[in-house]
Design a protein around this ligand. Structure first.
Ligand code: SF4
Length: 68
């Protein structure tokens, strides 16, 4: 089991993570019009680790890490 960590200071709502793993990451538009990313599930079972790891690697601003 791995855990998703998000550096909120880095995340710019670019959505690459959602494109790669929409079962774990979701972008929603906030009231001020910016896209906000929500982690739907922080715990990642081994069966999902491959595509979630790929999603964390796809983040252009290196806001995502997978620990454990
Ligand atoms: S890809 Fe990176 S910057 Fe874009 S929403 Fe995901 S965590 Fe944020």
């Amino acid at each position: 089991m791995a855990t998703i960590r998000v550096d909120r200071d880095r995340c710019e709502g670019l959505g690459m993570c959602e494109a790669m793993a929409s079962d774990y990451f979701e972008l929603t538009e906030s009231a001020d019009g910016d896209d906000e990313m929500t982690v739907l599930r922080e715990e990642v079972p081994d069966a999902d680790r491959g595509h979630v790891h790929a999603a964390t690697q796809a983040c252009p601003v290196l806001a995502l890490t997978l620990t454990g």
